[in-house]
Design a protein around this ligand. Structure first.
Ligand code: PEP
Ligand code: MN
Length: 374
């Protein structure tokens, strides 16, 4: 059960006491308050855990500061939309808004290799007008003999250069809870020139202990990548671990699922699930065309498969794009074959603007049609 408080409500000890008093009339209920920081106001929701089936919604709805009580049945209770009853809220990080209405491109190195490559990449991002990047420091590799990432050693120059080029948020994968601490310390030492969105990679999509850890911290929002070999339903339930442990500031990322021997693409592109995740959850949806397609082949029309896949995600309403970019893909220590070159960045962004614009025009046309039909 979710209790949605009135937008103007700012629950203090008295409101919490009244909620607890109602809860105490029923056995084994626990309450958890979630604050959602928006651009202009803070929204509050209270999650009710325990045997809520016997609890009439009016018990809480009668309180003057309660707007609505939603009875939730699906298993991903906090992230779920519950048939549209739970509002889409979104969140802010470093002055950027992430919601099912926003659109951001996070481009950059799959794996940080040299300071020079980080600087060339950040410079290109700024020239292209981007304030968001991807930078892999901790790399979960299929083979233990492959480059594992520079880890915390690269964080000082990654954060310093992000600050120099005005990058506000970096998507960065963590594979162990200790990485959260290392990132927090490095940001402190650098004086917080930028922010981080911690990424849970597809290989850790069901690493429940790691999910609980990223859920228990509030410093970083989370980019959760769907599991490549599990169902969407299983991925959504795994993602709920983050939210129910206290951090609902999540972006859900589609990145393809395992297919027939990686042929013709590294993974089977699953961007037809953008509207599905939009409908089932309240989370912004990201697509990663680089890890799903995995190669730079071009169609006869001259457009590469990665661009085509990205376009499919964006025209379906994706809110974020995570894309590999490298100054010298041939020298990259990880995933060079799928990286855009710096020269491709601006034409790629222009293509994505066309797709976003097309999505917004599709929406406008649909709404016009509805009004005319009414
Ligand atoms: C990545 O984005 O660097 C990555 C390893 O992706 P995935 O977890 O989707 O394979
Ligand atoms: Mn990669």
């Amino acid at each position: 059960m979710i209790i949605i408080l009135r937008p103007e409500a700012d629950p203090g000890p008295e409101e919490l006491r009244q909620l607890e008093a109602v809860a105490s009339r029923f056995p084994d209920l626990t309450l958890r308050l979630h604050r959602v920081q928006g651009a202009f106001q803070t929204l509050h929701e209270v999650y009710v855990f325990g045997p809520t089936r016997q609890v009439p919604t009016e018990a809480f709805a009668e309180l003057p500061f309660v707007q609505r009580v939603v009875r939730v049945s699906s298993r991903y209770r906090v992230i779920g939309r519950h048939g549209g009853q739970a509002p889409e809220v979104g969140f802010e990080h470093r002055g950027l808004r992430f919601s099912q209405d926003s659109f951001h491109v996070f481009a950059g190195l799959c794996a940080v290799d040299t300071r020079q490559h980080v600087e060339l990449t950040m410079e290109a991002l700024r020239r292209a007008g981007l304030r968001t990047a991807r930078m892999g420091a901790y790399k979960p590799r299929t083979s233990p003999y492959d480059f594992q990432g520079h880890g915390r050693a690269c964080l000082p120059y990654v954060f310093e250069l992000a600050g120099k080029y005005g990058i506000q948020v970096i998507a960065m994968e963590v594979t162990h809870e200790s990485h959260l601490e290392e990132i927090a310390t490095a940001l402190d030492e650098a004086g917080h020139p930028t922010g981080v969105m911690v990424q849970i990679g597809t290989r850790n999509a069901q690493n429940f202990e790691l999910l609980k850890h990223v859920g228990r911290q509030q410093a970083f929002p989370v980019l959760f990548k769907r599991g490549m070999g599990i169902t969407l339903e299983e991925s959504l339930n795994a993602c709920e671990y983050v939210a129910t442990n206290g951090n609902p500031r999540i972006v859900f990322c589609l990145r393809g699922v395992k297919s027939d021997k990686g042929d013709p693409h590294r993974n089977l592109v699953d961007f037809a699930h953008v509207p599905v995740v939009n409908r089932l959850t309240r989370l912004p949806v990201c697509v990663d065309p680089s890890h799903s397609v995995g190669r730079r082949d071009r169609a006869p029309d001259g457009i590469s498969d990665i661009w085509h896949a990205a376009a499919q995600g964006v025209i379906a309403g994706a809110n974020m794009l995570l894309v590999d970019l490298h100054p010298r893909p041939e020298a990259a220590l990880c995933d060079g074959p799928q990286a855009l070159t710096l020269g491709e960045l601006e034409p790629f962004l222009e293509d994505m603007r066309i797709c976003r614009e097309a999505y917004l025009r599709r929406l406008a046309a649909l709404r016009r049609g509805r009004v005319e039909a009414a």
